[in-house]
Design a protein around this ligand. Structure first.
Ligand code: CDP
Length: 220
């Protein structure tokens, strides 16, 4: 399967709650298919980092939007992975997963103007080259027309345990609550998505299911 089928880029949308394993799976699927892997969450995290580093209160939507309109995003690619620079600062893993970013990101991502801006960046980027993009609204809002939609789930206990094992302080239950109940693009199972519960499956098994469904959509 080629990254561009005919003239349409191949777009694979993977959604799911925090620590469901979707980014590990998406990264592997992208490598298998020769597509760029994009974590849309990194874009929200990058902006949340910018907000906190500018000492703007993440719950003050007016101040956050005021900063947003003065901020540049540059989305690029390095070795098959999407990269993001915000305000001219290239983001590293340390910044994106900092505790203050975990605490601020869901409030920032619930602001409609922030979503509108980042969704436009995500669409432009994906349509230029073909991607495996993961997030909360990729199949429902960003690329609703792709036939390749997946929702990777896992029980709350398994997800909390995975995050603890990574040694990351993260209030998953709180983020889930905000992400699922917000009015702008809440986390939902997109229409037509194949739901995979990864609680009892290995990464290899989840990747195999996704690849099989991409290669033979009629059999899913
Ligand atoms: O890796 P994890 O699932 O913990 O989170 P992430 O994908 O890095 O996303 C961090 C936060 O960004 C989420 O909790 C959402 O609040 C927000 N987000 C979003 O609103 N929409 C997306 N498409 C991706 C992330």
């Amino acid at each position: 399967m080629q990254p561009m089928e005919g003239k349409d880029p191949l777009i694979i949308a993977i959604d799911g709650p925090a620590a469901s394993g979707k980014s590990t799976v998406a990264r592997r699927v992208a490598a298998e298919l020769g597509l760029v892997f994009v974590s849309s969450g990194e874009m929200y995290r990058a902006f949340a980092w910018w907000v906190t580093s500018k000492r703007v209160d993440p719950s003050d939507a007016v101040a956050v939007v005021d900063l947003l309109v003065r901020t540049d995003f540059v989305c690029g690619e390095k070795e098959g992975l999407g990269t993001v620079a915000v305000g001219g600062v290239p983001m590293t893993r340390a910044e994106l997963s900092a505790p203050e970013v975990n605490a601020a990101v869901s409030a920032v991502a619930a602001i409609p103007e922030v979503r509108e801006r980042l969704v436009a960046e995500q669409r432009r980027y994906g349509l230029e080259r073909g991607v495996v993009m993961e997030g909360r609204d990729i199949g429902s809002v960003v690329f609703p027309d792709t036939p390749h939609k997946f929702y990777i789930d896992a029980s709350p206990e398994v997800r909390e345990a995975r995050r603890r094992a990574e040694g990351i302080a993260d209030s998953i239950a709180k983020r889930d609550r905000i992400d699922s109940s917000r009015s702008a693009s809440p986390l939902v199972v997109p229409d037509g998505a194949l739901v995979v519960d990864s609680s009892e499956l290995s990464v290899d098994e989840v990747v195999a299911r996704v690849l099989a469904a991409v290669r033979e959509p009629a059999r899913r």
